[in-house]
Design a binder for this molecule. Structure first.
Ligand SMILES: Cc1ncc(COP(=O)(O)O)c(C=O)c1O
Length: 436
């Protein structure tokens, strides 16, 4: 557990803001996603201050980590831009009142409809990721008489030390143009088009990255490309170095703090400035795109313990009322989490258990071999660091309702996503006339 002012244990109880986790569970029910507004603010401010300290730049929140209107409003109020990857995310940030000029549209296969929607919304930047997109965007911008600002996603070919599915810049990735292959020629082509305004480069090497060296390699390769483009008369005024900053899940991970993130961003900015100077380039406008690091540790999921199955000396299952429908990350990546029994939080973690979900899959686990206080049916289990890629990846598998989300802000707690009802689960079901 990575405690802080708004996540702590007092008298055997876990607290989030001013609330006992058990009180939140009682008031709002379980399973329940709880998000801590104070942490989101604090990390956002740290990122923004670090970028501002270093010169020109912006912090774009990667909505894919956690996309709700309320948290987008919070993020915008703290100066964050937005990275969106679908028409749905674009619709959401519009609803949150975001400044469209501060929106970047990513994605390796933006649909024609999404391109239309983003052009009509007047977003700041498309991050071009394929030749198909290049042609389509050029045509559609031309039809509207618009000269659209674009970045180009490059694949710097850096293998970040992370899980394969969240590694995005290894050779032959589905993302971006190969920096050692077609990237230069594609950018030269874009720079020659009337309807596209080439502004710079984007590289995102993966997620849950701890080593500064991975970022450094990616920066060096990206700035080198900017240098080669400059020699050809093409200016890269913007470098977007993506997100990927690691967070604390278990004691195997470093315990990050907002100031640690600020220091990492300052190092990124320094490296970009130094390498640019070495190539005789002006320091670019720097964008970073954190997702997980802004919302991940802000989130705690609360469950009620149900069935307990003990195979003495072999394995003990503690089953909860959630599972892969609210947190698919174990099933996808065997991701590890830490947890406590919320009302026994000061007691020693005397058992090692497998926390199972309630879905009809043996792989539906929250975690294996998790140290935990002695659990009894009816206890509230709190799983930490679930703010990123849990709600945003949730599903209705087995027709389980996606849990509601409650935002805690000091002594206030309110829904930001309401509970789904059984009717919600069937809302889009229809039965053709000919079946009746
Ligand atoms: C282009 C891009 N930017 C930013 C992010 C955010 O990464 P993270 O949540 O690890 O910070 C991602 C994640 O997949 C991404 O693909």
């Amino acid at each position: 557990m990575n405690t802080r002012k708004t996540l702590y244990v007092k008298d055997n109880d876990l607290y989030i803001g001013a609330f006992k986790a058990t009180e939140l569970a009682k008031k709002f029910g379980t399973p329940l996603y709880v998000m801590d507004a104070a942490y989101i603010r604090e990390v956002s401010d740290a990122f923004v201050a670090a970028v501002n300290k270093c010169g020109r730049g912006a912090v774009a929140f990667a909505n894919k980590a956690f996309a709700t209107v309320a948290t987008a409003k919070l993020a915008a109020a703290h100066g964050l831009w937005f990275d969106v990857v679908s028409g749905g995310e674009l619709f959401m940030v519009k609803r949150a009142g975001a400044d469209m000029k501060k929106v970047l549209f990513h994605g390796n296969n933006k649909t024609p409809r999404e391109i239309d929607e983003a052009l009509d919304a007047g977003i700041g930047f498309f991050v071009i990721d394929s030749l198909n997109e290049l042609e389509l965007l050029d045509k559609k911008a031309g039809e509207r008489g618009v000269r659209q600002d674009v970045l180009v996603r490059i694949n710097p070919g850096v293998s970040a030390h992370t899980f394969e599915a969240v590694m995005t810049a290894a050779p032959f990735s589905k993302f971006g143009f190969d920096v050692h292959g077609d990237a230069f020629d594609v950018i030269r082509d874009i720079a020659s088009r009337d309807n596209l305004n080439f502004r710079g480069l984007h590289a995102h090497i993966g997620s849950q990255i701890y080593e500064a060296s991975s970022y450094e390699k990616a920066i060096d390769i990206t700035v080198d490309l900017a240098g080669r483009l400059a020699e050809a008369g093409i200016v890269c005024d913007i470098l977007d170095m993506g997100g990927g900053y690691g967070i604390y899940y278990t004691d195997k991970d470093p315990k990050f703090t907002p100031s640690a993130y600020a220091a990492t961003v300052e190092n990124v900015a320094r490296r970009v400035a130094e390498k640019s100077a070495e190539r005789g380039l002006a320091a670019p406008f720097l964008i970073v795109e954190p997702g997980r690091s802004i919302v991940g540790e802000a989130g705690v999921t609360l469950y009620t313990v149900g069935a307990i199955k003990d195979f003495p000396g072999v394995k003990k299952y503690v089953a909860v009322d959630g599972g892969m429908f609210d947190n698919p990350r174990y099933a996808l990546y065997e991701s590890e989490y830490s947890a406590v029994i919320a009302g026994k939080a000061s007691e020693p973690a005397s058992e090692v258990v497998t926390v199972a979900g309630k879905c009809c899959e043996s792989g539906d686990l929250i975690g294996k071999d998790m140290p935990l206080q002695h659990a009894e049916t009816g206890d509230i289990l709190a799983v930490f660091s679930t703010g990123a890629y849990n709600y945003s990846m949730a599903s209705n598998y087995n027709l389980n309702a996606i849990p509601p989300v409650v935002l805690v802000d000091g002594d206030r707690a309110d829904y930001i996503v309401k509970a789904q009802t059984y009717d919600d689960l069937l809302r889009n079901n229809t039965v053709p006339e000919w079946l009746n």
